[in-house]
Design a protein around this ligand. Structure first.
Ligand SMILES: NC(=O)c1ccc[n+]([C@@H]2O[C@H](COP(=O)([O-])OP(=O)(O)OC[C@H]3O[C@@H](n4cnc5c(N)ncnc54)[C@H](OP(=O)(O)O)[C@@H]3O)[C@@H](O)[C@H]2O)c1
Length: 336
């Protein structure tokens, strides 16, 4: 079977090898992986700035989908033939995040999805939505669940709420889809008019190019009347102050991304004066993943896929992500 490992940090540290299949031990499941998807976290992992102390060599990629081939002794709830997704945090099954629950990260501290057979504890997988194929399901473990937690679990968006979504990448377009599913009015900002046109096709109500309008926070506040209820913050350090201009008094910022840096000067007085909740988000737990999958099946929600590469396409996919030319998710189809 094929397996790709990251032997040292950098795109040239990725190497494909041949590995032998193993039978699952007690409590384990063997999954034939069929597809994977790429997140910004994978780029940071491969380049070495997500976790410079991560164990190497490591099989990269947190997100994948495949079919259960065999289950070990004592496994209940999964059987051969089941179609499953990986979990970003296999140790976080339910409840609030704890340090222990966030310790194991698929594709970083435990082996990831870029191999034909992934052998792991049964609790590291979850049945995928029945309405999706493997490529679509492979987009869910990190990007979709993060957006679900930001919009549904923590953001508690309801019909008529106003939601600001930064960008048109993986997390952002899932956030747009979930916000629309809940009946919210959506505001999407992007660096490109072409990408904004794609967001319009997906139902975004209001569009703004943040390159053309660098003070977009005030512009969004004006456009929305008295500010938005929720900001899906993927920019981080360089965008939070604008988000604080865009959010309504008593509103909520779901703090997800670090695309513009790790630290900055933030208008803390504005957070206080505006009674804003800034909530850090680290993906979500398995229970929330199950709830999201039910919504995806019920509403026949189709993930937005920007491009599909083959099993050996990870360096190309990561270069595409670095270039930020994509819209939605970048995937790997293991049959290619
Ligand atoms: N905390 C968590 O649990 C969690 C989970 C998943 C992802 N993340 C983080 O979320 C971020 C996005 O991840 P992703 O996988 O969705 O990446 P992605 O697919 O590469 O999407 C990134 C998008 O962000 C937008 N963007 C970049 N700079 C921006 C700016 N200054 N203002 C507004 N939008 C901007 C871009 O949209 P346009 O091209 O349209 O401008 C880009 O498409 C990353 O920082 C990632 O680490 C965090």
């Amino acid at each position: 079977m094929r397996k790709t490992t990251l032997n040292h940090f950098g795109l040239d540290g990725l190497q494909r090898s041949v590995a032998t299949e193993r039978a699952p031990g007690p409590g384990e499941v063997a999954v034939r992986m069929c597809a994977a998807s790429v997140n910004y976290h994978d780029l940071a992992t491969v380049l070495g700035f997500a976790n410079p102390k991560m164990p190497l060599p490591q099989v990269p990629l947190s997100d994948g989908a495949g079919e259960v081939m065999a289950v070990g002794e004592g496994v209940t709830g999964l059987a051969p033939g089941d179609r499953v997704c990986t979990l970003f945090f296999p140790g976080w099954q339910s409840g609030k995040p704890t340090l222990a629950a966030l310790k194991r990260v698929t594709g970083e501290t435990v082996p990831g999805a870029l191999q034909d057979q992934l052998l792991a504890p049964a609790s590291s997988f979850i049945p995928m939505p029945a309405s999706l194929g493997f490529i679509e399901a492979a987009t869910l473990p990190c990007a979709a669940l993060t957006a679900w937690r930001a919009v549904v679990v923590e953001g508690q968006v309801k019909a008529g709420d106003r939601v600001l979504i930064q960008g048109t990448g993986g997390v952002s377009l899932f956030a747009l889809q979930f916000a629309r599913l809940l009946g919210a009015e959506t505001f999407v900002i992007s660096s490109s008019d072409e990408k904004l046109a794609r967001a319009r096709e997906l139902g975004a109500d209001h569009l703004l190019n943040y390159r053309a309008e660098p003070r977009w926070g005030r512009a969004i506040r004006k456009l929305s009347g008295d500010g938005v209820d929720l900001v899906v913050e993927v920019g981080g350090a360089g965008t939070l102050n604008e988000s604080l201009d865009a959010v309504r008094i008593g509103g909520h910022v779901s703090m997800i991304g670090v695309l513009t840096g790790m630290a900055s000067q933030v208008s803390t007085a504005k957070i206080m004066a505006m009674n804003v909740t800034v909530r850090g988000i680290t993906v979500g737990n398995r229970e929330q993943f199950g709830e999201m999958n039910r919504a995806i099946d019920l509403h026949r929600l189709q993930p937005v896929i920007g491009d599909v590469f083959g099993f050996d396409g990870l360096p190309a996919a990561l270069r595409t992500m670095q270039g930020a030319s994509h819209v939605g998710k970048l995937c790997l189809d293991f049959s290619l």
